[in-house]
Design a protein around this ligand. Structure first.
Ligand SMILES: Nc1ncnc2c1ncn2[C@@H]1O[C@H](COP(=O)(O)OP(=O)(O)OP(=O)(O)O)[C@@H](O)[C@H]1O
Ligand SMILES: [Mg+2]
Ligand SMILES: [Zn+2]
Length: 527
């Protein structure tokens, strides 16, 4: 007898339908699984047989063949164990095949017949909805994330026995109750812009970055509040829309990070990986081709603190995904893509001692070391950063003034949301483009029309500071964001001037004295 159970496997952050066919025939007892990688087959067989036995079912003494189709699709093992077990029961007549038809199944088994959580239950439920299934059956722990998808009943089960009793009608389960409140992961609670005294120029720059989703780099001496300010950025970003929250949550589902308290990632993520991270850890990869920190920051902020301390190759692999908004990985014969539309925010000291170019604090570094330090952040990466700013320590006076009330994050956020609304309106006819930072060159030409005076100003800045063609376009994008934020109907001259002024670190004159001193030193050594 042949039974069919439907399940799914992950390709990127989406689940693809997999048919589990179980054939039972007379002959010498035999149990085989085809269509899975070899290691997974061995483990799955042992767990299915043992789980069934412990749930009170003995495997019939027949030839049992399980086929997972399509055969050429690379599948990850464990989520098929529950479907295989149910298929075996259906093929041997314990279960009515018809009862399995309207459901999509996923679940790992333990030897004692319990159903254990799997990765990717959310994408599985999304596929179930798209494919027109009435319901999904997933491990109980995964039920809340699957229930984020409406229009599909979600049955969470804890054991094979419970699944069988539901399907046979002996003890039907009630679908997961969606009226329960969703536990969202809270953003760092209580981090507000008003905690930061002074630093209005940096706050304005971060507000601008948030308004157009521009990348930003803060460079300044120790204790100048770089880390403190960057951590407050998510609080001024526009709220996540539900559709965006689902996208982000899918990444966490694929990583198996949902469950317990975390069901829906409802706040923009803020990821701050340590500088010792590997390239696979950052952009994703490894033998399983899992998403990395970059994708975990999707629709939020990737914060790289102490930027020059990151390994060179790690920073290099960021370039392409930052440009494309997605990470492409190859694993065996499949290619997967993980989304990574992030704002990159980075912080660094201006030199190893921390005080290069800082008023009233001498820098103790040899000039050549200052250059080496900056060289660790490659030009192509710097090129992709629209706002690079020198920060100064807040002066004691500002710190001690108790009567000054700083503006709270909510006021910045309101302005940012208004600016984003203008962008949403502008890019209505351009699917995929959400923000000014995401404009193509063609869109820049179309929507940024500065006056001839402003263009001359930009051209002379490009020449004087030795900026690249990409920088030229990025300054125009930033100018448009400034106009959106300030409510200017069109880009004004001061918007362009403002944008030029926020590109402080990749100008030729920034390290000029260090370069001059170093070449003088070299010349002296040569003669
Ligand atoms: N403008 C400010 N208002 C209030 N507190 C501040 C301000 N600037 C700095 N501080 C205080 O100084 C501490 C250090 O700031 P922070 O860690 O952000 O500095 P940093 O620029 O990241 O330094 P480093 O280069 O050493 O990493 C903060 O935790 C905060 O207590
Ligand atoms: Mg810091
Ligand atoms: Zn120094």
């Amino acid at each position: 007898m042949l039974a069919r159970v439907r399940s799914g496997t992950l390709v990127g952050i989406d689940a693809v339908l997999v048919e589990v066919e179980v054939d039972m025939a007379l002959g010498l007892p035999y149990f085989n699984v085809v269509g899975l990688p070899e290691g997974a087959v061995r483990e799955s067989k042992v767990r299915v047989v043992s789980a069934l036995k412990n749930a009170g079912f003995t495997l019939p003494q027949k030839r049992i063949t399980v086929n997972l189709a399509p055969a050429d699709l690379r599948k990850e093992g464990a989520a098929f164990e529950l479907p295989i077990a149910l298929g075996v029961l259906a093929a041997s007549g314990f279960l009515d095949s018809g009862a399995l038809e309207p459901l999509l199944f996923g679940g790992e088994l333990s030897l004692d017949g319990l159903v254990k959580p799997v990765r990717g239950a959310l994408p599985l439920a999304l596929s179930a909805k798209q494919l027109g299934f009435k319901a999904v059956m997933v491990p109980l722990d995964n039920a809340p994330e699957a229930a984020l998808v409406d229009g599909v009943d979600v049955y969470g089960v804890q054991s094979v026995g419970e699944a069988v009793r539901h399907l046979s009608g002996e003890a039907p389960l009630t679908p997961y109750d969606r009226t329960r409140p969703v536990d969202a992961v809270a953003a760092a609670p209580g981090l507000d812009m008003s905690d930061v005294r002074g630093q209005q120029d940096v706050k304005d720059a971060l507000e601008l970055a948030a308004a157009g989703a521009h990348n930003a780099l803060l460079c300044g001496p120790p204790g100048s509040g770089k880390t403190m300010l960057a951590r407050r950025l998510p609080g001024i970003l526009p709220a996540l829309r539900f559709s965006e929250a689902l996208e982000v949550t899918k990444v966490y589902s694929v990583l198996g990070l949902l469950g317990g308290e975390l069901k829906l990632v409802a706040e923009r993520p803020f990821r701050a990986p340590h500088h010792t991270i590997s390239d696979a850890g950052l952009v994703g990869g490894g033998p399983q081709a899992r998403p990395g920190e970059l994708s975990m920051a999707h629709r939020g902020v990737l914060f790289l603190d102490e930027l020059p301390e990151f390994r060179r190759n790690v920073l290099e692999v960021l370039r392409q995904p930052l440009e494309e908004g997605c990470v492409r990985l190859a694993r065996a014969n499949v290619h997967v893509a993980y989304p990574c539309q992030v704002m990159l925010v980075a912080a660094m000291n201006p030199c190893p001692c921390g005080y290069y170019n800082v008023a009233n604090r001498p820098c103790s570094c040899p000039k050549r070391r200052v250059l080496d330090y900056h060289a660790r952040v490659s030009g192509p990466l710097l090129d992709r950063i629209d706002i690079s700013l020198e920060t100064r320590a807040v002066d004691v006076q500002a710190l001690s003034k108790l009567d000054v009330v700083e503006r709270p994050s909510a006021t910045y956020r309101t302005r940012v949301e208004a600016a984003r609304a203008r962008q949403a309106h502008r890019f209505k006819g351009h699917p995929g483009v959400l923000t000014n930072a995401g404009m193509t060159t063609r869109l820049v030409r179309q929507y940024v029309r500065p006056s001839p005076t402003a263009m001359r100003l930009l051209e002379s800045a490009v020449r004087r500071f030795g900026l690249s063609a990409r920088a030229h376009d990025r300054i125009l994008k930033l100018a448009l964001t400034r106009a959106d934020l300030e409510g200017h109907e069109r880009v004004q001259d001061d918007d362009v001037a403002f944008a030029i002024n926020l590109r402080q670190l990749d100008r030729r004159d920034y390290l000029a004295d260090a370069r001059d001193a170093t070449s003088l030193e070299l010349k002296r050594a040569a003669t």
